[in-house]
Ligand binder design. Structure first.
Ligand SMILES: NC(=O)c1ccc[n+]([C@@H]2O[C@H](COP(=O)([O-])OP(=O)(O)OC[C@H]3O[C@@H](n4cnc5c(N)ncnc54)[C@H](OP(=O)(O)O)[C@@H]3O)[C@@H](O)[C@H]2O)c1
Length: 381
């Protein structure tokens, strides 16, 4: 009966197949969402909120979240220390104006309004085209401009699709856009065990680049070194080993290091500037140590080091077509077994998952040496 009602109202396509998503006979679906009304520590400000989503009309697309990662930027955004601020709205039916956290995620199209491009169909996968959509929830309404459609999901896991647009994409751009690197050229990076770092190692290997990968010392350092070498890192060294210039010269055989990727700041970043060769480029994309860094005057004057910053959010806004192409390329590498996942830990999100369970991985996301990226995987109801 339900599909008939929906068809008569003209709200959705393929209603019979996807009617399982609708919790009421009038076509409304039920979303559970993390929300926050004030900036602050996630465990203090995050709440769980349920609300109804109307059937889509005109250019509206109803989507179901499949997986949403917990990235450092998401946590910084909740804390209020990230430059992109989400929109706080009463539209979700909360008492105070609220925003939904989470910037990256994978959705399945559930149903489309009558004016939506007919190539977008229920069952297809899409990822968010830009930041601030609010991905830590189970259902939402989107427009085509919010989504990058995934034309071929064959051979791609939900987690791989949900995590492609920030970390692998950032690594890809930084290796490609700042200096011409050819096969056999060296780059160096700190926090090489991060999501971005592991992506840079693998993309570098695919493009024939050599990498010096710096990580912080820890009790199981040999295991981590082995893991990153297995991804294709040419050499993996600790922060203290990286301070020994002769050791670095032995690794490179005196070849200049052309590019440095800085995730950390502080002393670690200063050391990257020292490692770079003549006219090398230092690209900063993270500030995990929360500490500014200095670049020795000699590196600027005599070595002509060039310093840049990179932000995937800003790049994505200007480069929509190139972003889709890049993601298609990364998916091809995943299908070919060339590109492996960053270690992750799933938190299952079902109809009765409680707030404490959802907050736990968010708290872990800001702790050091956590080793695994948290990811919400939403269970279909
Ligand atoms: N600019 C952009 O477009 C862009 C894009 C993606 C990510 N990012 C930024 O890049 C950074 C990494 O993101 P991710 O998702 O790859 O992170 P991730 O997988 O969670 O890894 C975090 C990394 O930071 C290191 N770290 C944590 N605290 C540290 C500290 N106090 N000092 C030094 N290193 C520390 C960790 O090393 P340990 O294992 O030693 O703790 C780990 O290597 C974040 O700041 C994120 O916001 C920026």
């Amino acid at each position: 009966m339900q599909p008939l009602i929906l068809r008569r109202a003209g709200f959705i396509t393929q209603a019979a197949k996807y009617s399982r998503y609708y919790s009421t006979r009038f076509g409304y679906s039920h979303s559970r969402s993390l929300v926050f009304s004030n900036f602050g520590q996630p465990e203090k400000v995050l709440k769980l909120h349920s609300y109804s989503i109307a059937p889509p009309y005109d250019d509206i697309i109803n989507v179901r979240f499949i997986a949403s990662p917990i990235n450092p930027a998401d946590i910084n955004q909740i804390e209020g220390v990230y430059p992109e601020k989400p929109e706080f709205t009463l539209g979700l039916g909360t008492g105070d104006k609220s925003a939904v956290p989470g910037n990256e995620g994978l959705v399945e199209i559930v149903s489309c309004g009558s004016k939506v491009n007919p190539s977008i169909r229920p069952g297809q996968w899409a990822i968010m085209s830009g930041p601030n959509f609010g991905t830590w929830r189970t259902y939402a309404q989107a427009k085509e401009s919010n989504l990058i459609m995934i034309p071929n999901k064959e051979g791609i896991s939900p987690v791989q699709a949900a995590t492609v647009s920030v970390n692998p994409s950032t690594a890809y751009r930084m290796l490609k856009d700042f200096v011409g690197l050819g096969a056999g050229d060296y780059f160096v990076q700190n926090a090489a065990n991060s999501g971005v770092g592991r992506s840079a190692i693998q993309i570098g290997r695919i493009w024939g680049l050599k990498s010096i990968n710096i990580v912080r010392d820890r009790p199981d350092i040999d295991k981590l070194k082995e893991e990153l070498r297995a991804l294709g890192g040419t050499e993996v060294i600790t922060e203290s080993e990286a301070k020994d210039r002769r050791y670095i010269a032995r690794i490179t055989g005196g070849q200049p290091v052309k590019l440095a990727l800085n995730c950390v700041g502080g002393e670690s970043a200063t050391n990257l500037a020292r490692i770079l060769g003549q006219s090398g480029h230092l690209v900063t994309y993270g500030a995990m140590a929360k500490s500014p860094f200095s670049v020795p005057a000699s590196a600027l004057i005599f070595k002509n080091i060039c310093c840049h910053g990179f932000w995937i959010s800003a790049w994505s806004k200007e480069n929509e077509a190139a972003k889709s192409q890049m993601i298609t390329q990364i998916f091809d590498w995943i299908r070919d077994g060339e590109f492996r996942d960053t270690p992750y830990e799933v938190t299952r999100w079902s109809e009765d998952t409680e707030l404490d369970t959802l907050i736990e991985p968010v708290k872990k996301g800001i702790s050091e040496y956590s080793g695994r990226k948290g990811i919400f995987v939403m269970e279909e109801d």
